[in-house]
Structure formats: structure tokens, C-alpha cells
Design a protein around this ligand. Structure first.
Ligand SMILES: Cc1ncc(COP(=O)(O)O)c(C=O)c1O
Length: 428
């Protein structure tokens, strides 16, 4: 495979690290099989059989690595993985084995996690606005930790889940993130005193504060400011008689290493702000709700070129023309590329075709397979010329992809082939 980044870029070959032939099934069982090995074998097999269907490969060892990276950088913060980010059973089961908790938004997510044997004490029902029947389900199953950010939620909780332990979700500055949440969720600092008072009067226990700085946050001060704000809310809560003991710093941590600030830099600033505002003698426990951090790099998608067009473009009114190649791939924003609706597009497709000599790169557009005009994967990427049935691979596809796929236009979500789901924890 070769990366395509821009016109004239040297074409890099990325071949199977094992360089041997074996069946796909055998490769999946091999302890050392990498995602590249599996992708190459599966593409080879499909090319021989004429199967064009898109698919994903997931390597759960990546998820395990991320867990250790998280623990190393934030040793005092207990991760509660945000299930919404990627709800594949194998991911949840791997994380459950590692002992993380889970952030669930609905009855369905709680059912999934509880069904895998996770204790209800290891779940936070982190949806501030809950449907009554989902709240009743949480009560029935003993999921007690949950968030709120408004007054209307409190009588509901008092009536249907009186033993709940609530975290008051506060608003943050999420202007530096790609997935902003604060216009939908989070109480203003000014309203927290009133909310804590109403909770006390209704007999609802508030045990702490939560926040989320927005998904894919690029801004350390958003965390440190939110931690400082949370400290004020702890003070008010304690004065009103609540036993405040838990701070949830949410998600927002990057999924890949190629970002600034790095995860480690963010973690260092968070650790420092936690010790400044929540010194040890307060005995406050810390937790987080990382989503994309855990799963982004674990999943890669292989898509097939199902159709192609050529357009001759005139450059700036001159006589010069150039070819633009337009490809139609068999997934898109209504499938596993759904996250493109909400995020910066950082995709860099890998071309699965052995170069035979120097490659001319053409401006190319990649469309999804549906009839919707918004279904575009990449607008302007330099690629060597592809033919129908050629394959493209997209890495870093684990977050908000499979979990957000639809069946719009009758296209089904692509299958995921999971590597190392039995041995992921033991092979690191
Ligand atoms: C309440 C809550 N927690 C955690 C997350 C996970 O965020 P991320 O994937 O950015 O870590 C989200 C994402 O939207 C969320 O809404």
C-alpha cells in the first residue's frame, strides 16, 4: 500500500510485515498478525474472488495499549470508557477485562455493558437528560451514578431513582474543540447553587461534578478552567450539605498522536490543576469519560472503488487543463464516515496497488455510495489514477464510525473483522 498526500509526493510502499502467504482465518488466529497483514490478506482474497464489499479490521491490542498510556499519564483518574464512541462488544469486553468503567447514554448502552458482566457500580449514566423508562431501568439494575444539568431532571430522579448519586454537569469553554457540546449540555456556574439547593430539598444526593470540554479538544485551558470551576461548585455543594466526593473530567482527549498539545501534555496540565484545586486532604476521587482516545487507532477501513468519472478542469481561465478524477467508494457519511459531519477531516487514504514505476498524482474527489449530495468523503486529494475495483484503506477509523453507521439508501454497515479479541490483554 502507498500513502497519497499531495502531488509529487514519493509513493511509499507499506507491505505486510510478515511477507508470507496464509489463509485469512489462519492470519486472524496468529498472535503477531498486524492490521496491515490482515488488510492485505483480505484484500488479496477479495480481489481473487471478485468481492468488492467494504470491511474494517480492528486490532484490540491498540485499545489495550491506549489503556496503559492513559493509566501512565493520569494515574489518579479512573477511565469510564464512553460507549457511544464505539460500542463493539469486543471493545467493551476488552476494556471490562482491563477494569475500566463505562459511560452509558441510554438503556441500550447499559444493557450492552451489563450483559457483558460489568458491575453496575462501574457504570455512569452520563446523559443529563434522561427518558423516564431509561431512568427506571438504571434504578432496577442498580446503576446509581448519573449526571444532571437542569432543575426538571431532579423531581424525575427523586421519584423514579431515589438512590441515585448525581454529578452536576457544568458548562465549559468548548470553543477549541471539534465536537462542541456546551450549547446542549452543562449548567452555568451561576445556576449551580440553585440546582444544588433544589436537589437537597428533594432529597436527591449530589456527590460531585462532571464536565466535558468538547470532543477532540485542542485546548488545555478549557480543562484547567473547568477544574477550577468545579472546585467552586464543590464548595457550594458542601455548604448545602451534599457529600461531594467525585470529579469527572469527561472526554475530549485526542485519538491520534499527530496533534498538539499531545495527550501527555494535556494529562500533565490536568494532573497539576487537580492537585491545585483538589488537594489530597479533600479525598476527592477523579474519573474521566474518554471515548476516541481509546479506539481511534484500533480500526482501519478498506473501501472499494465502485465507479469513476473524469472531469477536465480549466485552471484560472487559462488554456491549461487538468484531469480531476472522481471516485465513488462503497461507504460514506451515512456509514462509517459519519464523523466527518462533526469533525475536521484528517483522512489520508492509502492506495492498495503496487506502483509500477513513478506515479503521476491527480487531483481526486472521493464520494460515498448513497444518492445524497452531501455524501462526500474527501474533496481534494492527490492520488495515483485508480481503476474500478481498486482498494483504498483509511486508518484511524475507530471513533464515532461503526457506532454511527446507518442503513440509509439500503446500504448496510460494513463488517468488522476483529484481531486478537481473545488475547489482546495478554499480548501487550
Ligand atoms: C458525556 C460524554 N462523555 C464522553 C464523551 C466522549 O468524548 P471523546 O470521544 O471526545 O473522548 C462524549 C462524547 O460526545 C460525551 O458526550
Amino acid at each position: 500500500m502507498c500513502t497519497a498526500t499531495g502531488s509529487g509526493t514519493a509513493v511509499q510502499t507499506l507491505s505486510s510485515s510478515q511477507g508470507r502467504s496464509m489463509s485469512v482465518e489462519a492470519a486472524m488466529m496468529e498472535a503477531g498478525t498486524s492490521t496491515q497483514d490482515a488488510l492485505e490478506l483480505m484484500i488479496q482474497e477479495r480481489t481473487l474472488s471478485g468481492d468488492q464489499d467494504a470491511f474494517m479490521v480492528a486490532d484490540l491490542r491498540e485499545v489495550v495499549k491506549k489503556h496503559y498510556q492513559f493509566q501512565k499519564a493520569l494515574p489518579n483518574v479512573m477511565p469510564f470508557y464512553a460507549v457511544k464512541c464505539n460500542a463493539r462488544k469486543e471493545v467493551i469486553a476488552t476494556l471490562a477485562k482491563l477494569g475500566t468503567g463505562f459511560d452509558c447514554a441510554s438503556k441500550g448502552e447499559m444493557e450492552l455493558v451489563l450483559g457483558l458482566g460489568v458491575s453496575p457500580n462501574m457504570i455512569i449514566y452520563a446523559n443529563p437528560c434522561k427518558q423516564r423508562s431509561h431512568l427506571q431501568y438504571a434504578a432496577m439494575k442498580g446503576v446509581r451514578m448519573m449526571t444532571f444539568d437542569n432543575e426538571e431532571e431532579l423531581p424525575k430522579v427523586a421519584k423514579y431513582h431515589p438512590t441515585a448519586r448525581m454529578l452536576l454537569r457544568i458548562q465549559t469553554d468548548d470553543s477549541h474543540s471539534f465536537g462542541q457540546l456546551s450549547s446542549k449540555f452543562g449548567a452555568t456556574l451561576g445556576s449551580c447553587g440553585r440546582l444544588l439547593g433544589v436537589a437537597r430539598d428533594l432529597g436527591v444526593a449530589v456527590v460531585g461534578v462532571s464536565f466535558h470540554v468538547g470532543s477532540s479538544s485542542q485546548n488545555v485551558p478549557s480543562y484547567t478552567q473547568a477544574i477550577a470551576d468545579a472546585r467552586k461548585v464543590f464548595q457550594t455543594g458542601t455548604e448545602l450539605g451534599h457529600h461531594m466526593q467525585l470529579l469527572d473530567v469527561g472526554g475530549g482527549f485526542p485519538g491520534t498522536e499527530d496533534v498538539q498539545p499531545s495527550f501527555e501534555e494535556m494529562a500533565a496540565a490536568i494532573t497539576s490543576a487537580l492537585s491545585t484545586h483538589f488537594p489530597e486532604d479533600l479525598r476527592v476521587k477523579f474519573m474521566a469519560e474518554p471515548g476516541r482516545f481509546y479506539v481511534t487507532t484500533a480500526f482501519s477501513a478498506a473501501l472499494n472503488v465502485i465507479a469513476k468519472k473524469e472531469v477536465i478542469e480549466t485552471a484560472g481561465g487559462s488554456d491549461c487543463t487538468r484531469r480531476r478524477l472522481i471516485y465513488y467508494l462503497n461507504d460514506g457519511i451515512f456509514g462509517s464516515f459519519n464523523f466527518l459531519l462533526f469533525e475536521e477531516n484528517r483522512l489520508q487514504p492509502l492506495v492498495v496497488k503496487k506502483p509500477c514505476g513513478p506515479q503521476l498524482l491527480h487531483p481526486s474527489t472521493l464520494w460515498g455510495q448513497t444518492l445524497d449530495g452531501a455524501d462526500k468523503i474527501l474533496d481534494d486529494v492527490a492520488l495515483p489514477e485508480l481503476q474500478i475495483s481498486d482498494w483504498l484503506v483509511f486508518q484511524n477509523m475507530g471513533a464515532y464510525s461503526v457506532s454511527a453507521s446507518t442503513t440509509f439508501n439500503g446500504f448496510v454497515p460494513m463488517p468488522v473483522h476483529v484481531l486478537h479479541h481473545a488475547d489482546a490483554c495478554s499480548t501487550i
